[in-house]
Design a protein around this ligand. Structure first.
Ligand code: ZN
Length: 80
């Protein structure tokens, strides 16, 4: 380990939001999907981000209850 290789999960993390926005190039999308297929941790992160987005879209007009905010905060996996 030299410490300069790119962490594939960090790379996946960078692509997560553009992936959800459908703004990745075809190559990047294939790369992201291959990593999501192989990596349990990123797949769970992806599902969380995806469900969060769906929820935010549905609840855009309502303030988020405190209990749910805490629940979502607890689900968030720290990145380091
Ligand atoms: Zn990963």
């Amino acid at each position: 380990m030299t410490g300069i290789e790119k962490d594939p999960c960090a790379h996946c993390e960078e692509m997560m939001q553009p992936y959800l926005d459908h703004t990745l190039t075809e190559d990047e999308r294939v790369e992201a999907e291959a990593h999501l297929d192989a990596c349990d941790w990123c797949r769970r992160r992806y599902r969380f981000e995806e469900s969060l987005r769906i929820y935010v879209r549905q609840a855009a007009d309502e303030p988020m209850p405190d209990g749910l905010k805490r629940k979502l905060a607890a689900l968030r996996i720290p990145l380091n």
